[in-house]
Structures are given as C-alpha cells and as structure tokens.
Design a protein around this ligand. Structure first.
Ligand code: SAM
Ligand code: SF4
Length: 339
C-alpha cells in the first residue's frame, strides 16, 4: 500500500494523506455530553452514550502519545462540553506533558470557565475558543435552550484574567441571531483585542433540515456588519488563520473572522483529524468515514499496530465535503464529533 511504502522509505516523519496534506492537528471530543442543548448542534431530546462506551483517561493518554509520535503537534479538546468530563483537568495535564505536543487548546461553551480558568493555565492550557452566539440574554437562552449569557461572559473575563488567549465563536442562525446580534458581537472588536469568529451553520444527522433552512452565508454577514459599522478590511491578504478568514474594522484592536465551511470550503488547507469520545478516528468533519480505534485499543493492539491503523486511516482521509452534491453526514450530530 502506498502509505506503507512511504513509511518504509523512512520518509514518514509526519502524517501525510494521499493528497500531500500534512495532518498534524487532532481535535478530541472528550465527551458527547453537554450542559446545554444548542438548537444548531443537537436535538432537544438528545441521548448520550454510557460511560463504558467512551474512552477513559488512560486511553486518551495512550492515544495522544501515539498521535504525537506520528507527528501530531496540536491538540484541541472539544465535545460535547469538554469541561464537564469528570477527569477533564487530569486529561489536560496529561496531554500538555506529552512529548511532541506543542499546543493544547479547547473549544468550550464557557459555563465552567470562571471556576476553572486558573487551574487550566496551571495544567498547561494556553488557548480557549468560547462559544457565544449573541450578547442578548433572551436570545442566548433560546439558542442554547437554557443557557445564561452572563455565565459565559464571566467565563470569558476569567479566562482572560488567568492569561488564556481567548477567541469568541458565534454560529449564526437565520431569524435567531443574524442581524443586530452579529453587529453587536462584531462591535466588540472595536474595544477589545479579540478575534470574534462567525461560523456558518453546517448540516448533520437529525438536525440537518433545520440547519440547512437556517444557514446565513458569510457574504451576507459581511454586508450586515459593514452596513452598521463601516468597511471591513482584509487581514493578511486573506490568508487563513486556522480555519478563519480575518477582517478588521477601521482602527479596531480586534479582528473579525469567518469560518465558512459551507460556502467557502478550505479543504485544500485541512490539516486536521478528529477523535470521537467513543474512540473513532473521524477523518473529515462533514464525511461519515471513520476508523474504529476503540476495538483494537481494548482488544490488546500494540502501539505499532495502532499506529499502522491510524496512518492508513489518515492516508485515506477524504479530500473534502460534498455538501454541494447534497451529501450530508448522517451518522452523528455535531456534539458527537466536536466541531
Ligand atoms: N460545547 C463546546 C462549545 O459549544 O464550544 C464545544 C463543542 S461544540 C460542538 C464546538 C463548536 O461547534 C462550537 O463553536 C459550536 O458553536 C459549533 N457548532 C455546533 N453545531 C454547529 C453546526 N451545526 N454548524 C457549525 N458549527 C457548529
Ligand atoms: Fe453543547 Fe457546544 Fe453543542 Fe452547544 S454547541 S449543545 S454547548 S456541544
């Protein structure tokens, strides 16, 4: 097999796929569970997997070590809500202390940041992306089904005070937060050196009809912001910062990012793979293809055997999504993959 040939030639110091992309960024869904039920993420009556079906902290530690030995350097914890995992802090410590790991980050709804921020920094976390889709308490409650925006806001400030680099994420949903809420969030960049990123809603599983009906394309968002706050200047000639294309309002200390996987896919620059809480290697967020790592892990596979399975999976990573051909991933919703 081609991937094995590359390995045998001694060239595999990094995990490459068959399109030549260097895959060195692993997003780990620590748990499928969450303390919110955002309308764009999961159905209200979502059910979760029993604990024994999910990776335990020792299993996460072993897999992270193996991925790091395969050349992965950046790790992001997500979920569900990573901060509610019973071993969350211990897992952060383990990952940060793993040789080869250069960056440990997290995506969170921010509800537990106020109590956890300082300990997180001590554990080795450096960056957090906090989801906040609107500053309006009522709309926030409606979007998250029961969240309080004040809790998230306090979490953001606690994270900053603790020395974490903070970015804000907002998923935009038509008729929920697509007008003044977007402007209010963008306006924050006039006063704070923050990166505020607007995410196009993506379709998954049972929630796909709602998601497709409610998507607001980046272009419309840029027009809404520019009409209210003035022209948006392109930052860094439009080069991607992670998955976001950045813009700036005149004289703003902060930046406005757009993550537009649906209308402007960035598959050519993709460097990521995902590990689900039930131990599947998900090769593309928006494709169903997964590799089962849980069974070999619990079935006694050696490190070398697990590496071979991972390498082969990475080699066969799909080029990208097929939303333009109306092919939607149906086997999981977003909270089970981690974004
Ligand atoms: N619970 C954490 C949070 O909300 O930040 C982490 C998990 S959440 C699944 C990761 C990211 O995915 C969040 O920024 C969330 O807003 C985003 N997200 C959820 N559903 C989405 C969808 N259908 N399309 C695009 N982004 C989505
Ligand atoms: Fe939970 Fe995050 Fe999904 Fe909201 S987006 S339901 S906070 S996992």
């Amino acid at each position: 097999m081609a991937w094995a040939m590359i390995k045998n030639e001694g060239k595999l110091t990094m995990s490459r796929d068959r399109f030549g992309r260097n895959i060195n960024y692993l997003r780990i869904s620590l748990t499928d569970k969450c303390n919110l039920r955002c309308v764009y993420c999961m159905p209200e009556a979502m059910t979760f997997r029993p604990r024994h079906e999910l990776l335990q902290k020792e299993e996460f530690a072993r897999l992270v070590r193996i991925f790091a030995e395969l050349g992965f350097t950046k790790f992001r914890l997500t979920g569900g809500e990573p901060t509610i995992h019973p071993d969350f802090m211990e897992i952060v410590r383990q990952i940060a202390a793993t040789p080869g790991v250069e960056k440990v980050a997290m995506t969170t709804n921010g509800l537990r940041l106020e109590e956890q921020a300082r300990e997180l920094v001590a554990a080795g976390m450096r960056r957090v992306n906090v989801s906040i889709d609107t500053l309006d308490p009522e709309k926030f409650h409606k979007l998250t089904r029961w969240g309080k925006v004040e809790d998230v806001w306090r979490g953001i400030h606690a994270a900053e005070a603790a020395g974490l680099e903070v970015k804000l994420n907002a998923v935009v949903v038509r008729n929920y937060n697509d007008k003044e809420d977007v402007v209010d969030l963008a306006r924050l960049t006039l006063y704070q050196p923050w990166q505020v990123r607007f995410i196009e809603m993506m379709p998954f599983g049972d929630v796909a009809d709602f998601q497709q009906a409610g998507i607001v394309p980046e272009e419309e968002l840029r027009q809404t912001i520019a009409a209210a706050l003035g022209p948006l200047g392109v930052v860094d000639n439009g080069r991607l910062d992670g998955e976001a294309r950045l813009y700036k309002l005149a004289d703003a200390p902060g930046t406005i990012g757009f993550i537009s996987s649906v209308t402007q896919p960035f598959c050519a620059d993709c460097n990521r793979a995902r590990l689900t809480a039930d131990g599947r290697l998900r090769l593309c967020l928006l494709r169903e293809k997964e590799v089962n790592l849980m069974d070999p892990l619990r079935g006694g596979a050696t490190d070398e055997e697990l590496k071979e399975i991972i390498e082969e999976g990475i080699w066969h990573k799909p080029w990208g999504h097929q939303l333009d051909q109306h092919i939607i991933p149906l086997n999981r919703v977003m909270s089970e993959i981690g974004g």
